[in-house]
Design a protein around this ligand. Structure first.
Ligand code: F6R
Length: 260
């Protein structure tokens, strides 16, 4: 695992975007996308590279981590809509190549199984961008999620619903209680996991994920079991880490031949 502490949140987004762009330039067949606020800087960098440097997503497939269950079709906070508004409609993704679990399906367990099959048939996912919940969730794998889990229904914790109420006019009653999410096992099939966390509200979760014990109670600690992980944090999100000097030393002395 490589841990990069950037000078600020904007730099963290640019670095995450550059890493994703490198995968696309190297011919990634599929990339994994997240929603929420953490990856927005990375998406802005990808949009910039598309406009200014000709980075193309024309043949790339994208898979979202998760989706709310039960939002009305076209709801602006459905992750299906969010990713189009914030990223894919601003570059040359072919819309039918952008996939998310179907939170409107009549048969939710069947929709979960279908999503696994689609990833299997269209993958591998070269790079997966991730945010982290303040409670350590990854995707919507809340504390207690099996480290081997696959795409399935999860019930959101009260904390996650409160955190996400800001996307629903601060009205908790509008935040769905259930979601479809890639499992931790599904996520760990991606070739490179890039987690981005900024702000003091993530400091405790980042320290638990990176330096704490591997435990289903901190789902993001599964990163420690993956062979290729880059964690990008700003100084506020790095505040509770113990080995900060070592992480900074390793990045400052990174050999030219060693890419991310
Ligand atoms: C979103 C997702 C979640 C978020 C996490 C952090 O697709 O899977 O795990 O990444 O809740 O959300 P933000 O970035 O809004 O703080």
């Amino acid at each position: 695992m490589e841990l990069v502490i950037t000078d600020n949140a904007a730099e963290a987004g640019v670095l995450a975007g550059r890493i994703m762009a490198d995968h696309v330039r190297r011919g990634a067949r599929a990339i994994g996308l997240a929603t929420g606020s953490s990856p927005l800087g990375a998406y802005r960098e990808l949009i910039r590279q598309h406009r200014e440097d000709g980075l193309s997503f024309h043949t790339v497939k994208a898979f979202l981590l998760d989706e709310y269950i039960g939002l009305p079709p076209g709801h602006p906070q459905s992750y299906r809509q969010f990713i189009r508004d914030e990223f894919t409609s601003h570059v040359d993704f072919q819309d039918w190549n952008v996939h998310s679990p179907d939170g409107e399906a009549a048969e939710i367990p069947a929709a979960a199984a279908l999503y696994e099959t689609m990833i299997d048939e269209n993958g591998p996912i070269s790079v997966q961008i991730l945010g982290i919940g303040a409670n350590g969730h990854l995707g919507f794998n809340e504390p207690g999620s099996s480290l081997a889990s696959r795409t399935r229904v999860k019930t959101l914790t009260p904390k996650t619903r409160e955190d996400n109420a800001r996307f629903f006019d601060d009205d908790l009653s509008q935040v769905p209680t259930h979601v479809l999410t890639q499992g931790l096992g599904t996520i760990s099939d991606a070739g490179h996991l890039v987690m981005i966390a900024t702000g003091a509200g993530k400091a405790e979760a980042v320290a638990a994920a990176v330096e704490g014990p591997v435990s289903a109670f901190c789902p993001a600690s599964m990163l420690q079991l993956h062979p290729h992980v880059t964690v990008i944090v700003d100084p506020d999100a790095a505040a509770n880490l113990k080995a900060v000097d070592y992480y900074r030393f390793a990045v400052a002395n990174k050999p030219d031949w060693q890419s991310y």
